[in-house]
Ligand binder design. Structure first.
Ligand code: FAD
Length: 429
């Protein structure tokens, strides 16, 4: 679907923008690079807030903006049609007079001329938004990372390519016990594959969750037959005729495999910004309003770092991509409002829905709350202050925890832990 929506919207744009083009008035042009979650949110917000200039959304993937979370969940499992992945129908972009230019990457930016290069074209922008996302880390070729059958889960094409390998009885090694690795393990186990997961840290989810949450998911996976090995890294992969056939682990043990999924984190896509001389600090560095070191260039989503708690933070989540991109759109239109991150996240594994609100960094205590029907939630505190919540199959606890965190309220820990406490009453306290 290369540039299929290219020509029409420009034509419509001239007719629908109060005749400005006909009157010879220059139309402001906002270009958004990266047609993913943040890019789609930014362009939709610009129109929703009444921007009547020209909007171009450029993506290197050959698809209109789509949601990634189902790629390691329902879509990989074969329970979700591709059409349902798309964030908006294509007609939306036509109706909203947004030029979608797909299948070609932007290769350079000239910040002095305020132009960028895409394919053979050079386009002028008044404001440029970088929503280029991130790239999964791969294993080095020196340890077999380039063997056929060693894959990552990032895009639709990755998942379509790996889906046929998810056949009953196949043996998969998953490298990395973060959310994406665990979700892929759950899909594989449900489909009847033999699953081994190695996590080099002492426990799965160590980087993002408390030991209680790690323990919970270790139990769930073990019940489904996943062989989780913690404190064990991958030493190297072995292969035959260019295809992966096995793995040697850091404890000297070996595993025979048919394919390998690598889920060892992502790096933000900052190359374009770097080439344009934009400041990089743990991602494309922005101020609180989402503006980079170049006053005409903005950034949002996985690729962008913003000031939070005295450092440049990046959040890798759908919620962040949407909220930050909408904030940037508002600020392009002159709002001058700072981005106030309200972190939330979720993960689906088997019949467990984990919902997370807040940021747990700096916690020193976990309060456990058992709800009805075996549901449980873990509440992260620093001293008396509630920071975050992990709720397993407990949407009520999640919703209350999220609202408390966003309101800066911290309920007494013994009240939270007491199953007799009415959760909603905590909001009124
Ligand atoms: P993306 O959605 O990645 O979009 C960036 C786009 O920019 C890409 O299409 C890329 O090809 C394009 N691009 C890059 N460079 C260029 C260029 N030079 N020119 C043109 N286009 C370019 N988050 C959650 O909150 N909950 C979940 O359960 C969850 N599950 C996930 C499962 C998977 C498998 C993955 C991969 C991610 C998951 N995430 C989840 C994370 C979430 O999807 C991301 O944080 C979110 O997609 C980030 O949005 P973005 O727009 O910044 O980046």
């Amino acid at each position: 679907m290369n540039c299929i929506l290219d020509a029409l919207p420009y034509r419509v744009a001239r007719n629908q923008t109060n005749g400005r083009a006909e009157k010879g008035l220059a139309m402001k042009h906002v270009i958004v690079v990266g047609a993913g979650q943040a890019g789609a949110s930014c362009v939709a917000r610009l129109r929703a807030k009444g921007f009547d200039g020209q909007i171009t959304l450029i993506g290197e993937e050959p698809f209109p903006p789509y949601q990634r979370p189902p790629l390691s969940k329902a879509y990989l499992l074969g329970e979700m049609e591709r059409d349902r992945l798309y964030l908006r129908p294509e007609s939306f972009y036509v109706e909203q007079v947004i030029t979608l230019r797909l299948g070609t990457p932007v290769t350079s930016i000239d910040p002095v001329e305020q132009t960028l290069t895409v394919g053979d074209d050079v386009l002028h922008y008044d404001d440029l938004v970088l929503t280029t996302g991130s790239t999964p880390r791969r294993l080095p070729a020196a340890i077999g990372g380039d063997l056929d059958g060693v894959m990552v889960v990032r895009g639709l094409q990755d998942v379509d390519a790996m889906a046929p390998r998810f056949a009953k009885g196949a043996r998969v090694l998953i490298v990395g016990g973060g959310y994406i690795g665990l979700e892929a393990a759950a899909v594989a186990a449900k489909l009847g594959l033999s699953v081994t997961l190695v996590e080099m840290a002492d426990r799965i989810l160590q980087r993002v969750a408390a030991p209680e949450t790690s323990y919970y998911f270790r139990q769930v996976h073990s019940k489904h037959g996943v062989d989780i090995r913690e404190g064990v890294g991958l030493d190297h992969l072995t292969g035959a005729e260019g295809r992966v056939t096995g793995a040697v682990l850091s404890d000297g043990s070996t595993v025979e495999v048919d394919f390998v999924l690598v889920g060892v984190g992502i790096v933000p896509n900052t190359q374009l910004a770097e080439m344009a001389g934009v400041e990089i600090d743990n991602g494309i560095a922005t101020d609180a309003q989402g503006r980079t070191s170049d006053p005409h260039i903005w950034a949002a989503g996985d690729c962008a770092s913003f000031p939070l708690n005295g450092q440049q933070m990046r959040l890798e989540s759908v919620g962040n991509a949407i909220d930050q991109a909408e904030c940037v759109a508002d600020n392009i239109l002159g709002s001058d409002r700072p981005y106030e991150a309200k972190p939330w996240f979720w993960s689906d594994q088997y019949d467990v829905k984990l919902q997370i609100a807040g940021l747990s960094t700096g916690y020193d205590k976990i309060v456990t709350r058992h709800g009805e029907d075996g549901v449980v939630s873990f509440w992260y505190y620093a001293g008396d202050q509630l920071l975050a919540i992990d709720a397993m199959n407990d949407p009520r606890a999640y919703m209350v925890g999220k609202r408390l965190i966003e309101a800066g309220k911290s309920p007494a820990q013994d009240a939270v832990a007491d199953p007799a406490t009415d959760l909603k009453a905590l909001l009124k306290a």
